[in-house]
Structure formats: C-alpha cells, structure tokens
Design a protein around this ligand. Structure first.
Ligand SMILES: Cc1ncc(COP(=O)(O)O)c(C=O)c1O
Length: 431
C-alpha cells in the first residue's frame, strides 16, 4: 500500500496558489483518483519515476510524450551538463543551433528550413501564420488538437475567452474522410490558408489518405501542415511524413525532440520559412535556448541508432495485443476499447448501466496506481521500457479489468474506490 502523505500535503498547498496545482491540464490531480495517487515527482530513471513519498512507478505517461529515450539518460545528461556550464539563453546564438537545424533538415522529409520555438502550440501557431501570410487567406481547416492558441482552441468546445471573430476563422474536418474535407474546401473556396492535421490519429491514416489530402489541399490553393508534435520522433524519426512518404508544406515538431527539455520547431519549405526574413513574426526570447538544443542533439543521436523504433514497436505491440486479449477475457467490449498505434495507444472507457465512463476510468486508474503503474488512458513508451515492464503493465491491467468486470456485474462502484474519482476539467459528453 502506497502512502501519498507528502504529495497530498503539497497538493493542498499548491492548489491555494496555482490553479489545478499543475501547469498542464492532463497532469493535474483531477486526472487521477484524488488522495490515492502521486502528484509530485522526485526523480526519474529510465522508465521509472519516484514520487516525493519515495514510491516507485513504471511510467507510461512519459511526461505526456516528451520522454523518448528515458529519464536521466546518461548521454543526454552529459550533453546538457556540458552546455549548462557554458550558457543556456545567451546574447548570441549557440553553435548547437546550427547543428540541430541541419540535423532536422536531414531527418525530416519536408524540412528545408527550421525555426525553433518552445512549445508544440508555438510551432503550430507559427506554421499557421506562415501559411496565412503566404496564401493571403485567413481560414484554417483543422483535425486534431494543436495547442492552446486562439486560432486552434477557438474551434473546440473549450473556447471560453477566445473572441468569436477568431473562432469563426477555424473549422474542423473529419480524419480519414476525404469527402468531408473536400466538401469543406469547396464550401470555403478561395478562403482557406491551410489544412492542418495530426497525421496519425487513432489507428493511423487509411491507405492513400494523406497523399489524397495533400492533392486536394493544393488543388484548392491551400497549404498542407502536418502537426507532428505527437507523431514526430515517436513513431519514426522523421514522423508521419517519413512513415507514409507524404511531404507536407510545413510541419510542427515538439514533445519528443529533447527527451523532456522544452524545445519545438516549425519546419518546412524554404520559401515559406524565408517569409520570417521579410517580417512574418515568429520570434521568442527563448527560441534559441541552447541547453534544450544540446538535449535534442543527444536524444536524436540515440533515436537514430538502429533498432530503437523496432524495439518501441515490439513492446507497444505486446501492450496493445495484451490489452485487447484482456478485454476479451473479461468480456468488457461494451465498456472498453483500444485504439492507436503500438507506440502510442489508448483505452477508451464507456459508461454502462449506473456506471459512467468516469466511474470505469477511476477503477482502472486506481488499480494501475496500486500496482505501481503510472498511466493515463493513453500510454507512451520510451527506449528503456522492456518486456519486464510490459508484463507488469499487463498484470496490473488484468487486475483492473477484473475489478471493472465486478463493478459492471454489480452495476455499482460502491465500496470500490478508496479515494476521489477521476474528474477531468474537460469532460466528454457523458453517455
Ligand atoms: C498534436 C499536438 N499538437 C500540439 C500540441 C501542443 O503542444 P504544447 O502543449 O507543447 O504547446 C499538443 C499537445 O498535447 C499535441 O498533442
């Protein structure tokens, strides 16, 4: 039985001075069972994290994507420490900036030029601005999540605080549905600056989807942007454009590039990026921060080694197939489903009888934590997860699904939860 005394004390203190006691929605206590889950991390090593109470967990969140080669990786640490002793943000550029920009141009198919920023949302926003400047059009068609900036969050149901006029400039389209995007391009003919999407959603693109999307987008005079903030570095070094051999005009990368150090980039066609030299505004104080660049170069040197993606896929396939088998074992197909690619895959929870999807998710979350697994509904892998950790994940999942079966049979969660319920800030429409 874990104790979360110190985590809970810190949570009570931080909640008074910082909303949600976390700087990222999906890392906040609201996404776990309050009181019986860790909130504060002491340190990480490989695929393990240690919380402030000294509890050890196998980490399947990987900081929501950034950890690609494992916490505290000696090669990354060495590069970072070397640069820390020089400078991080300086009055001039670091040589590392040249090396990293050249490296990205070498490994990312669409990258002829690179502009560094900090968060994924900065990179997608920069891409949108470049596309609007180039085409002279304002409208954006998007599919997926692209960060907190007005142009994208304005088109979601979480758009409080975004001016209506801005919300109206972005419309959404359905992934893997060419008829839908064609209809939207036709409806908004002559007005669309860019079609932006997460190129890998759910089980990935249908055969030929991305290529046809590119052709359609160009036919209507718009630019194609791949938001590779999740897919970049995670499924393949060059992201979805490498995997599916479709080269967009622009792309955004972030998360996995620096193994946890904050760095992102907008990359793409030279003529588009060169607009920055003509004053298209993409500029941040910390864009050239050199410690994350040292981390990114070291991280990429590990990702480039033969076998990295083969390993991630092997472990991911074990997990995905294992989850599918357990759903069948407990006959939970009506409340649980799996979707995703092996390297980044998730369980979706549905309600049933008296139980809401959040009741079911809470049971899952509680049991996984009890069994030493830190995971959100979606798992991420890093290079240091092995079959041993995959087996531990599946053993915990077996126990979680057994308890879900029991709750579904009893049509009640009474007596099952030891703490609070998972209570995300943004809830899906409850069935
Ligand atoms: C596909 C995608 N794009 C953009 C973003 C925004 O990245 P950030 O939170 O680093 O701004 C995210 C974040 O989860 C993402 O998943």
């Amino acid at each position: 039985m874990h104790s979360f005394r110190k985590s809970n004390e810190l949570l009570e203190r931080e909640i008074k001075v910082s909303p949600l006691a976390s700087q990222t929605f999906s890392k906040s206590y609201r996404y776990f069972c309050k009181g019986v889950a860790p909130s504060f991390m002491d340190y990480g090593k490989g695929c393990y994290i240690y919380d402030v109470d000294g509890n050890k967990f196998i980490d399947y969140m990987c900081a929501l994507g950034p950890i690609t080669v494992g916490y505290n990786n000696p090669i990354v640490n060495k590069a970072v420490i070397k640069q820390v002793k020089k400078f991080s943000s300086g009055s001039l550029q670091s040589e590392l900036e040249v090396q990293l920009a050249e490296k990205l141009c070498q490994i990312i198919p669409c990258a002829e030029m690179v502009r560094f920023v900090k968060n994924g949302g900065d990179a997608t926003t920069a891409a949108i601005r470049l596309a609007r400047a180039y085409t002279g059009h304002d409208l954006i068609l998007m599919s997926g999540y692209h960060g907190m900036h007005d142009w994208s969050i304005g088109a979601s149901e979480n758009n409080k605080g975004v001016p209506k006029a801005v919300c109206e400039l972005t419309k959404t389209f359905k992934y893997n549905d060419l008829a839908d995007i064609k209809a939207k391009l036709e409806e908004n003919k002559g007005q669309v600056a860019a079609v932006i999407l997460e190129p890998i959603q759910s089980n990935g693109p249908d055969n030929g989807y991305l290529q046809s999307l590119k052709e359609l987008t160009h036919q209507y005079g718009a630019l194609l942007i791949f938001d590779e903030v999740v897919s970049g570095f995670r499924y393949a070094l060059g992201g979805a454009s490498e995997l599916y051999s479709v080269i967009p005009d622009l792309a955004s990368f972030g998360k996995g590039m620096g193994n946890g150090y904050a760095i992102s980039a907008v990359v793409g066609r030279k003529d588009l990026l060169q607009q920055i030299e003509e004053g298209v505004f993409v500029s941040t104080t910390f864009g050239g921060d050199s410690v994350p660049m040292a981390a990114a170069l070291a991280t990429i040197s590990i990702l480039e080694k033969p076998g990295y993606y083969k390993h991630i896929n092997k472990i991911g396939t074990m997990l995905k197939e294992g989850i599918e088998e357990l759903i069948q074992k407990y006959m939970l197909q009506n409340v649980l489903s799996v979707s995703g690619m092996p390297a980044h895959c998730g369980i979706a929870f549905d309600g049933c009888g008296n139980l809401s999807y959040l009741d079911i998710q809470s049971i899952y979350s509680q049991v996984m934590i009890e069994n030493g697994i830190l995971v959100f509904a979606i798992y991420n892998l890093n290079g240091s997860h092995t079959e041993k950790e995959a087996k531990a994940y599946l053993d915990a999942t077996d126990k979680a699904f057994a308890l879900i079966r029991k709750a579904v049979d009893a049509n009640s969660i009474e007596g099952i939860l030891n703490g609070g319920k998972v209570d995300p800030v943004f809830k899906r429409n409850i069935k």
